[in-house]
Design a protein around this ligand. Sequence first.
Ligand code: GLN
Ligand code: ZN
Length: 759
Amino acid sequence: MRTTATPFTATITGSPRIGPNRELKWAVEKYWAGRIDRAELESVAAALRSDTWKSLSAAGLDSVPVNTFSYYDQMLDTAVLVGALPPRVTGIGDELERYFVAARGNDEIAPLEMTKWFDTNYHYLVPEIGTETRFSLNPAKVLAELEETRAQDITSRPVIIGPITFLTLSKAVDGGPAPIERLDELLDSYAALLDLLAERGVQWVQLDEPVLVTDMLDTTAELAERTYARLGGLAKRPPIFVATYFGELTDALPALARTPVEAIGVDLAAGGISTVAAVPELQDKTVVAGIVDGRNIWRTDLEAALGTLATLSGSAGAVAVSTSCSTLHVPYTLEAEPDLDAALRSWLAFGFEKVTEVVALARGLKEGREAIAGQVAASNAAIASRRSDPRLNNNRVRSRIASIIASGTERGPAAGRRKAQNERLHLPDLPTTTIGSYPQTSAIRVARAALRSGEIDAAEYERRMKSEIADVIALQEKLGLDVLVHGEPERNDMVQYFAEQLEGFFATQNGWVQSYGSRCVRPPILYGDVHRPRPMTVDWITYAQSLTDKPVKGMLTGPVTILAWSFVRNDQPLADTAAQVALAIRDETIDLQSAGIAIIQVDEPALRELLPLRSKDKEAYLRWAVDAFRLSTSGVADSTQIHTHLCYSEFGEVIGAIADLDADVTSIEAARSHMEVLGDLNEAGFANSVGPGVYDIHSPRVPGVDEITSSLREALESVPADRLWVNPDCGLKTRSTEEVTASLQHLVAAAAAVRSDTT
Ligand code: GLN
Ligand code: ZN
């Protein structure tokens, strides 16, 4: 018996789960700290789920996603669902404890690795598939949440990560084959799950297959067809909706359309409808049109969207309206932003407002434009207001960029720069330094909270931050580091700190978005032409420099990273937005230089992260990313030393771009990948200085002198002593002062030891 498909018309692919006021974050963190018991954690979670479903259903969605709740991460949930937790945790008898240990580790057990979810800022846990992995179905979570929706009379649709995506994003361990080789075996578990769901009379199941829009697999279309022919061919199953997002399906779309699945979701925020129109098999399918952008915060142009949906209706059996992806990636609601001016507010739609747009579009599609005339008029007015707002068009910024680009963003030849910098800085071989931040002490947190609550004023806050800076400078002097930093105590976040000072950005008050587990970030909104009204960092750095004779590095965040960690404009190419941010950073470097600062670091930890999902788009991205970095760093004299910092290992495809950045010194995460990255850099023609991280700051372990010494000796096999720097592999803000002091002592001692054997 196969359940016949009851059509749905309005849905979203998934929703945020952390809670409108981050209730889940506070509850799990208290639970981890032993401050609340399990019953209390579970009741917070159940209330959040119930409120979410109620609000989605009340807003008018006729199919509500379920199983999108998670205590930590949906990939981890899927690993639990199919019995693919690593053997090192399966001995833990208690299910919730096992789950959290897999996510976070404990004293004895290492957690699963964490990495970026496609090109978003969400991080998932990477399941490990090894020879010991035996898939077996554990459907308790899905079924329990399904029952909860039923008790509330909500028409819900279980959402599960699809088998192809699950395996492609997993990693092989203990010599096992690539996880995707185990597809047929895994499909047995999915088949069993579909059977159970059919048994319960589920009306639709959603299987998420975002991997189908990437080039991660060689045989995407073939795998899609084989997988969904098999699942679609099951005698007992609910109707299947295969959701894809974050890009355009190419030949995987006709492949899916040839299978018996009932609905296919396409991301229309990322791609057009022409590919959809070209697939005749879609005449028998429901196309779930992801027309409301699920991962950016702009209001939908309803008029244009209605037109697209009408056209689409001609090529599909049925059309349902949806967000392009889960609204996990945007904040809950605009209502939590009292400081927005009316114009800016009218241009935006957060998670809840997007649901309203989906419902309106579904109604307009069914009943005609007139039925939603009021909403269309409001959307048109907002779009016109945005288009004509003077904040989106700063001619002075635009013409300055054009003229700088016309006169070139190349610095002088590297050899000449090096000579000028050596004469100015007199650094030893293997100079020692750190990446920027020092431990976030409780005094810093207390001061920030006191400033926010009005308990202290800005002057007192500044005094306290300066005292932190003085402590950090004194510590570095005592440790004997060669190039010092001010420690970044005044920065809440390396992007938001700049966004709050630049025109063209709006920093939200409550726009929290889950980054991983209980961690949330508040990406600023880049809505207009970017302009720097005044220097942003000069006072802090010059204060730090006044306390020491050693050089203090100026610390800036690079244009690519600022874009990657913000919501960006969708009305101009990213490259143009990047150039505007780059100009602001360039102006800051020039002011730092005028204030006597000799070394300036422009961090680009997100360079790798913005890399497009499709190979054909990568080159163009890398070109504008490099151009933006060069625009931001080419305004200074040859004698000013430019550093950059990159993290998150696995540089692979961006290695050539790192060389092209042409920074004088590049510090790079390497503690875990050993010194392999140095050979890769050499091969890419990189000939400037480099500081491979020799202290893994992601671990509380203090590396010994011998360990650092041997890393440096290994590095010297690829890089000569006069080009090698000695530094940790990232900022120190998450570590304790004790750990940092001990580790840096060892780092300085190791550098001294290695220097003495090279001279
Ligand atoms: N300068 C920053 C810091 O030290 C760099 C952080 C990063 O790479 N993510 O904190
Ligand atoms: Zn880093």
